[in-house]
Design a protein around this ligand. Structure first.
Ligand code: HEC
Length: 136
């Protein structure tokens, strides 16, 4: 039977000490990592996205305001003695194609001039959708 004293000695010196040593290494290592590895790397500021005016993004309301409102009114209500209203209600008798060709070719012998060459067919389509589908 071994003496308790020598057993305790061997326990501390050969089992506990290496464990303590490893634990100290681990804690020290983690501390080092937290100091160096976790440094926030300065990220360059993200380039601000400039909204490039793409030809597909047509702002029909803006087109109307710049090209049509002067005669047909800001709110498409029409201007008495100048030009008729351009609303889904006022345009029920005209098909999309007729409205489109009116914008493209104009109406002869009236103030309504054609926008051929000034507006693209996509822009005219957008205007047709605006005045035939949306209420002012
Ligand atoms: C210089 C004034 C003027 C401008 C600018 C103008 N119009 Fe006209 N527009 C008229 C007049 C006047 C008429 C009525 C023609 C007639 O008597 O048939 C008319 C008629 C129309 C009609 C037919 C309406 C109907 O009930 O028969 C449409 C559609 C139309 N315009 C769309 C437009 C659009 C879209 C624009 C802008 C891109 C525009 N117009 C710009 C004067 C103008």
């Amino acid at each position: 039977m071994k003496s308790g004293k020598s057993e305790r000695f061997s326990f501390y010196s050969f089992t506990l000490l290496p464990v303590v040593f490893l634990a100290a290494l681990l804690v020290g290592g983690l501390f080092l990592i937290s100091c160096t590895g976790a440094q926030p790397t300065p990220t360059p500021p993200a380039p601000t996205p400039t909204p490039a005016p793409t030809p597909t993004a047509i702002d029909a309301a803006k087109l109307f305001a710049t090209n049509c409102a002067v005669c047909h009114g800001e709110k498409r209500q029409g201007i008495s003695g100048l030009a008729p209203a351009l609303t889904p209600t006022s345009l029920t008798k005209l098909s999309d194609a007729e409205v489109g060709s009116t914008i493209l070719k104009g109406r002869s012998n009236t103030a309504m001039a054609g926008f051929e060459g000034r507006l693209s067919s996509e822009e005219i389509d957008a205007l047709v959708q605006l005045i035939k589908r949306t209420s002012p």
